[in-house]
Design a protein around this ligand. Structure first.
Ligand SMILES: [Zn+2]
Ligand SMILES: [Zn+2]
Length: 481
């Protein structure tokens, strides 16, 4: 993970939030390349799950909602973790995770010497187990009490209880409370789904592992409404589809798996839940949860709001409360998984090459246009013109700040799929006439082809959606670089 974190900072993917002030716990900022990567992940998800499907529509609900939403959803009463505080150093811990980290021990058997003890292990000298604060080793801990994970805030000019509200801890509730609006406005028939991408907030006590667990994060959620009785079949279909989606965009099969929730770990609303897990550097962790939430949410909101939230079935002439299947993914986790999976360090002709093998759809930059000689004004002008033309269709950049070998490595390291190089042959010189061709170099194979400038856009378009080997064989082979 350290390698990824340092690459992310060095190359402008992800920075620590408020770094010049010492940083904010578990908050991260997406830099110029990171925002492109995350936008590309969200765009691919939206296109595949909304625009390419006849049974899906989108929504962008507000983050601040009526406080009663969180009473109805159960978050106000149940969305809690058991917490203890240290009476000495005031640090706060999850009561159920106290013995999952190493602990500080001042050992009475060795004149009070300080030791760092491995998680859950007793002291070798005195046999003591941890009873005091694991961080300072001296303070006593309070009894456990429930701590709500929602961020509380106040709406309006007066900070009294009537104005209390919360930053949403999940985007799903915005969909449930708009169920009837959308059903009526869009004249939908079951089964149909509503998709939403947006920020959610959880005051996690132990965030960590870079952008994996943060207090502010972005969800990509679908609530897919179905006839009761067809819910189990639809649940399985969504599990299969979402599992395939990650592989379509490049996650390697051996790094992704499904994990079924045990009965005792199911949320209070869920009939069945399956997680898609990714093998992150810290181990297998959840990428997306796909739950069968039954009719729980619509019924709760109907009861608390007094509004009918159901569906009139034209065939049976009966009103039914639909069941809902919820594929809930994290945009930040997905972006991190795609980044981790794309990372490769290899040796090329005795030198280390770091390359991010992103799917072209997800790569932050699509094309870099590079002049072979930056002192030749014809080459430079031609390269800049090519770059401006390509920009209309893809995110392309022009770079002449180093030798060609270094420029290639820089683009490899940020995962740019293709480089286009303009050289003397392209523009001609005193000895030979211009051939009007440029070189396209492939990031993964480092192979090159020469194509005419007029065919550049069409060839690039083929390369973005096809296999390099298929497209490249139409052109004479060139040396790799
Ligand atoms: Zn303490
Ligand atoms: Zn001891």
């Amino acid at each position: 993970m350290d390698t990824i974190v340092s690459l992310c900072k060095r190359r402008g993917f992800i920075f620590q939030s408020s770094e010049i002030y010492g940083g904010t716990g578990s908050c991260w900022d997406y830099g110029p390349l990171g925002v492109e990567l995350k936008n590309n992940v969200k765009r691919a998800w939206w296109r595949d799950n909304v625009q390419l499907r006849a049974d899906m529509v989108g929504l962008d609900a507000s983050i601040l909602m009526h406080a009663a939403v969180w009473k109805a959803s159960g978050h106000l009463d149940h969305f809690t973790d058991p917490m203890v505080d240290c009476k000495g150093c005031q640090r706060r811990f999850r009561a159920d995770k106290l013995d999952e980290g190493e602990w500080v021990h001042y050992c009475p058997a060795t004149k009070g010497n300080k030791f760092m003890m491995p998680a859950g292990e007793p002291c070798k000298h005195c046999g003591a187990h941890r009873t005091l604060c694991p961080a300072c080793g001296k303070g006593e801990l309070t009894d456990a009490r429930q701590f709500n994970l929602m961020f509380k805030t106040f709406m309006g000019p007066v900070e009294d209880d009537a104005a209390v509200t919360y930053l949403r801890p999940e985007t799903a509730q915005g969909i449930f409370v708009n169920f009837d609006n959308i059903l009526q406005a869009m004249r939908l028939k079951l089964p149909f789904g509503i998709a939403q991408i947006g920020k959610a907030f959880r005051n996690e006590i132990t965030p960590g592992n870079f952008t994996f667990r943060t207090r502010e994060f972005e969800q990509m959620e679908i609530e897919y409404f179905v006839m009761p009785g067809t819910d189990e079949e639809w649940h399985q279909r969504w599990i299969d589809e979402r599992f395939a989606w990650y592989q379509e965009y490049g996650l390697r099969k051996e790094n992704i798996r499904l994990r079924e929730h045990e009965k005792d770990e199911l949320a209070h609303y869920a009939k069945r839940t399956a997680d898609i897990e990714y093998l992150f550097p810290m181990g297998w962790s959840e990428l997306e949860g796909i739950a069968n939430r039954t009719d729980y949410d619509l019924k709760q909101h109907s009861q608390f709001s007094g509004k009918t939230l159901d569906y009139f079935d034209e065939e049976t002439k009966e009103r039914v409360v639909p069941y809902v299947i919820e594929p809930s993914a994290g945009a930040d986790r997905s972006a991190l998984a795609f980044l981790v999976d794309a990372y490769h360090a290899e040796e090329v002709r005795g030198e280390k090459r770091v390359v991010l093998r992103f799917h072209p759809e997800l790569a932050p930059l699509k094309i870099a246009v590079l002049p072979l000689l930056k002192k030749n004004s014809q080459i430079v002008e031609t390269a800049q013109k090519i770059c401006n033309d390509l920009r209309k269709r893809w995110y392309a950049v022009y770079d002449d700040t180093a030798s060609i070998g270094r420029l290639y490595r820089r683009q490899d390291e940020i995962g740019t799929p293709f480089c286009v190089t303009v050289d003397v042959q392209t523009v001609g010189d005193g000895k030979s006439p211009a051939d009007g061709k440029v070189t396209i170099r492939d990031r993964d194979t480092m192979q090159q082809i020469r194509v005419t400038m007029t065919a550049l856009e069409a060839t690039t378009a083929d390369l973005m959606v096809g296999k390099w080997s298929e497209v490249a064989k139409q052109f004479p082979a060139q040396a790799t670089s």
